[in-house]
Design a protein around this ligand. Structure first.
Ligand SMILES: Cc1ncc(COP(=O)(O)O)c(C=O)c1O
Length: 405
């Protein structure tokens, strides 16, 4: 009898792990009804009592940042951030090769050129040395992504920003709750952007925000996200180019209730991550991203497992992945490839530059395994994941049979 579920054996999780996300309760229901009754469903002005303004204050406080501007989603948050920094036609913005396409598309939507640079093989984060090599006289900004909730090396990136004078956008769409040296990521250097889309660890289905310590940038962000109005402008007076990228009162209402849950959920996810890290330390050929004592709290989007095929008799990552999925563990390869391999970029229809990214190419093709952060909400799932990995390791001969299937 084969042991592996992929060959007909009994799976570790019969019918697979079911993930319940988002978590809701009476707080969300009551808050939505209150917004419904109030009848103000759109926040046009800096009204301190609106749900969007209250969320902005709470999100800024959570990050120990001075300002927050709530936005419709994470893509426009990035776009508005780039516009506030003056990114425009003819400029270049340096971005990591491994991220969601929106990081780079937001650059293109400003008429500028994303320049893809490589990632560090141990952390999967943008490589500061690669950023430095890619800087040209056209470079207008650097965008780092705290990929999978693991922070980019903010010490080296801050030093680079100070030395070159280039502003830094932290794309924090994966990193709600992540801390670098005791402070949440986002406003460490210039500004930081968030997404609250359904799959994120803080969500209202859709939503976004930008945080910063700069009054000047906060004012620019306000104008660009509110059709070019200044905060105190008359309704139809527009002083700069902008769009309607505002967050609705519905989104802000849900986010405020969900934010009250975030810290406890982050701690639960971290407990699961610890269980997985300890479990995988006993299994040859599997590991997690490099621990770093400067990371004082980890938020998660993906939970990443590194697969080393040379320690699995050369069996490809995708075969292991098939076996793990068959055991009932939902997992995949995250975005599957570096952004520039998407048809929009690879076909040449979206202008861009690639600064040679061998780590990004190899890691996405052979090494990276990703789980949703929601799996981590239940520590039992973490134990099942470790059990399934250990079972596959014990059945390595059967894995060879799976290769032939
Ligand atoms: C790294 C990253 N940046 C930006 C975004 C864009 O956010 P949104 O989907 O809210 O527009 C996402 C969304 O998944 C993301 O993962």
């Amino acid at each position: 009898m084969p042991k592996l579920a992929a060959l007909g054996g009994t799976p570790v999780v019969e019918n697979g792990i079911r993930i319940k996300w988002p978590e809701i309760g009476p707080e969300e229901r009551e808050a939505i009804l209150a917004t419904l009754e109030r009848g103000e469903w759109c926040r046009l002005w800096s009204d301190e009592c609106s749900e969007a303004s209250l969320f902005e204050a709470e999100w800024a406080r959570y990050h120990d940042a001075r300002f927050c501007v709530a936005m419709a989603n994470g893509t426009v948050a990035l776009m508005c951030a780039f516009r506030a920094l003056g990114v425009w036609h003819g400029n270049e913005v340096i971005v990591p090769a491994v991220t969601f396409v929106a990081t780079a598309d937001a650059v293109g939507l400003c008429g500028a050129t994303p320049v893809f640079v490589d990632i560090d093989p141990d952390t999967y984060q943008i490589d500061p040395a690669a950023i430095e090599s890619a800087i040209t006289e056209r470079t207008k900004a650097i965008c780092v992504v705290h990929y999978a909730g693991y922070p980019a090396d903010l010490d080296r990136i801050r030093e680079l920003s100070e030395r070159t004078g280039l502003p830094v956008v932290e794309d924090c769409a994966h990193a709600h709750g992540t801390e670098w040296r005791g402070r949440k990521v986002g406003a460490h250097i210039t500004l930081g952007c968030f997404s609250f889309q359904q799959s994120k660890s803080l969500t209202a289905g859709e939503g976004g925000a930008v945080i910063t310590d700069s009054q000047e940038l906060a004012d620019l962000l306000w104008a660009v996200h509110n059709v070019g109005r200044t905060r105190d402008a008359a309704r139809y007076t527009h002083t700069s180019l902008g769009g309607n990228f505002r967050m609705s009162e519905w989104q802000a209402t849900v986010l405020r209730s969900q934010l009250a849950r975030l810290q406890e959920q982050t701690e639960r996810r971290m407990r699961s991550a610890q269980i997985i890290a300890e479990g995988l330390a006993q299994i040859e050929g599997l590991s997690v991203l490099k621990p770093d004592s400067r990371i004082t709290q980890r938020g998660f989007y993906f939970f990443i497992i590194r697969y080393e095929s040379s320690k699995w008799d050369g069996v490809h990552r995708d075969v292991f992945l098939k076996a793990l999925q068959a055991e009932g563990i939902p997992c995949g390869t995250a975005y599957g490839w570096p952004v520039y391999k998407n048809p929009s970029y690879a076909s040449g229809s979206v202008p861009h530059k690639v600064a040679g990214c061998p780590n990004a190419d190899r890691i996405t093709a052979e090494e990276q395994i990703a789980m949703s952060n929601h799996l981590l909400l239940d520590t039992q799932n973490a134990r099942l994941l470790v059990e399934a990995c250990a079972k596959i390791r014990e059945s390595i001969e059967e894995l060879h049979r799976l290769v032939q299937n």
